[in-house]
Design a protein around this ligand. Structure first.
Ligand code: ASP
Length: 329
């Protein structure tokens, strides 16, 4: 190749690079220019879905685009996590997941994604307690009776969950391991449909977040046997904790995080983080979360660093507990 053509092709390469660079930085500063999808790893009508739908509107308002909730269900949230890990890191695919992000690595022999390598972190979101629930005509009327009943009936008792990796499954596994019994577990695509079946009497037990269960406890459509956190709930002050009823140290509180695919440009991530903070400070959102006994995390936890280090700590916390108890489905 002659010298001048070499120089010419060098110049055109530089031009190409700078064009590509300016298009990329334009895309970042214009973001968002189209609707954003917010992936929820469980069925519509469940507690994770409810939190996502509550945040989608104010986040969309803050970002100036519609945030559309998309339920990608199955395999305890791992199908959705895989989809997000493989998505284009352009800020148009958000992912709301709970502590299943930390427990799945110990519950599955192998996962098609790595929670510590394949995601960018926007921030922590909310902490949600759970309730141990029974169908309303289930014979045991309190926790002591429940313990006696499951010991006598074992696998005849059915317990719903949202699949391996779901917190309903984790709560059930810990409960069974503490009681030394194996019940028959029935997986659903989320605890929304599981709760419908519990109310319909098709299944005996379900451990689920407070998000949608409190009104049904109050109007007697389901029975409640205990709270999964060490402190009683303001919304249900007469319901004892599992800890105070003999399962010392029983403590399952469902934390949530907002994620993106790894490699999302920082300016886009910062815009999403600001929108999340704005949504969590919205008075309407605050009031509705408060009604369900859901705690919004401190604002310094709504940060990429806080979510990443919390996730790592939780993977290290739950891995040994899950493996040591040899709890599996
Ligand atoms: N509560 C569910 C779980 O067990 C998920 C859901 O349907 O939101 O993880």
């Amino acid at each position: 190749m002659k010298k001048h053509t070499l120089i010419q092709s060098g110049i055109s390469l530089i031009a190409l690079f700078s064009m590509a660079f300016s298009t990329a930085s334009q895309a970042q500063s214009n973001y968002p220019t189209k609707p954003i999808s917010l992936i929820v790893p469980f069925a519509a009508g469940g507690p994770t879905d409810a939190v996502a739908r509550l945040l989608a509107v104010p986040m969309g308002k803050a970002l100036g685009q519609t945030v559309v909730v998309e339920n990608v269900v199955g395999a305890g949230g791992t199908i959705a996590a895989t989809k997000v890990a493989r998505s284009t890191p352009d800020g148009y695919t958000l992912f709301l997941h709970h502590m299943g992000m930390a427990t799945a690595p110990a519950l599955y022999d192998s996962l098609p994604y790595d929670p510590m390598k394949d995601f960018d972190y926007v921030g922590q979101v909310v902490d949600v307690p759970m309730l141990m629930l029974g169908r309303k005509d289930f014979p045991p009327k309190n926790f002591k009776e429940l313990e006696a009943y499951i010991k006598a009936n074992k696998e005849k008792v059915t317990m719903a969950n949202a699949g391996p990796g779901a917190v309903s499954q984790l709560c059930g596994l810990i409960f069974m391991s503490r009681e030394g019994v194996k019940l028959t577990t029935i997986p659903y695509k989320g605890t929304g449909p599981a709760l419908t079946d519990l109310m319909g009497g098709q299944v005996d037990l379900l451990c689920d977040q407070t998000t949608q269960t409190i009104p049904y406890v109050k109007d007697g459509r389901v029975q409640v046997y205990g709270v999964t956190t060490p402190k009683r709930l303001a919304a249900l002050p007469n319901v004892p904790t599992l800890d105070e009823q003999g399962l010392k140290g029983f403590d399952v509180k469902v934390w949530h995080g907002l994620y993106l695919a790894k490699g999302t440009p920082t300016p886009i991530l910062e815009k999403i983080n600001a929108a999340l903070k704005k949504a969590l400070n919205d008075p309407d959102v605050k009031a509705r979360l408060n009604d369900s006994n859901i705690d919004i995390v401190a604002m310094n936890k709504v940060s990429p660093e806080a979510l990443k280090s919390h996730l790592e700590a939780e993977i290290n916390k739950w891995g040994p507990i899950i493996r040591k108890s040899k709890i599996s489905d």
